[in-house]
Design a protein around this ligand. Structure first.
Ligand code: DHK
Length: 186
């Protein structure tokens, strides 16, 4: 005969229950409306300061200021704050990535420009900080010269967008928000 035993509630419950929530969930559950605004970085590399005048047949007529305005407005729709930086220097872009880590930045939208195709150092910086990153190219690099077909930095990004013009930045922020579990404000 099998030995039967009455199971008391205490037997069914673990003696110590550990539940882990992240801060954003707690704010949502509590409905406090006090969720801290997360910041993302929008980083643009060499020559992107010339957007608007540089090869408009390839890069369009929008300026870097237009890109940054679009990013700030798109991020705001997700209650994210976009901080935009541009540099023509590889080392300074690496410093921005390190700074993003130090400041606990939630995500990065990155157009490394020509450094995409050459920079193992930028790739390594992205891998080192492990911040969710979307790589953006204004032009469709795969339909251009073969030296643009490979991106070192893209290997460290969770997604890449190329060929949408400056709308790629808007799409990248939407994708990044989804990755971060942030919904558009209603
Ligand atoms: C921008 C650059 O500056 C080029 O060097 C890349 C990229 C493409 C873009 O399409 O945004 O090859």
């Amino acid at each position: 005969m099998r030995h039967l035993r009455t199971v008391q509630p205490a037997d069914r419950l673990p003696s110590r229950l550990v539940v882990t929530y992240n801060l954003r969930d707690i704010h949502h559950i509590a409905g406090t409306g006090m969720a801290k605004t997360e910041t993302i970085y929008v980083l643009n590399g060499p020559n992107l300061n010339l957007l608007g005048t540089r090869e408009p047949q390839t890069y369009g007529h929008a300026t870097l200021a237009d890109v940054e305005k679009l990013c700030i407005e798109t991020a705001a729709k997700y209650a994210l704050k976009a901080e935009c930086r541009q540099s023509n220097r590889e080392g300074e872009l690496i410093d921005f990535i390190h700074e993003a880590h130090a400041k606990k930045i939630a995500g990065i939208v990155f157009n490394p420009g020509g450094y995409s195709h050459t920079s193992i150092a930028l790739h390594d910086a992205l891998v080192a900080v492990q911040i969710p990153t979307v790589e953006v190219h204004v032009s469709n690099i795969h339909a251009r010269e073969s030296f643009r077909h490979h991106s070192f930095t893209a290997k460290a990004a969770f997604a890449t967008l190329a060929g949408f013009g400056i709308d790629g930045y808007r799409l990248a922020i939407s994708g990044l928000a989804a990755k971060l579990g942030v919904k558009a404000k209603s």
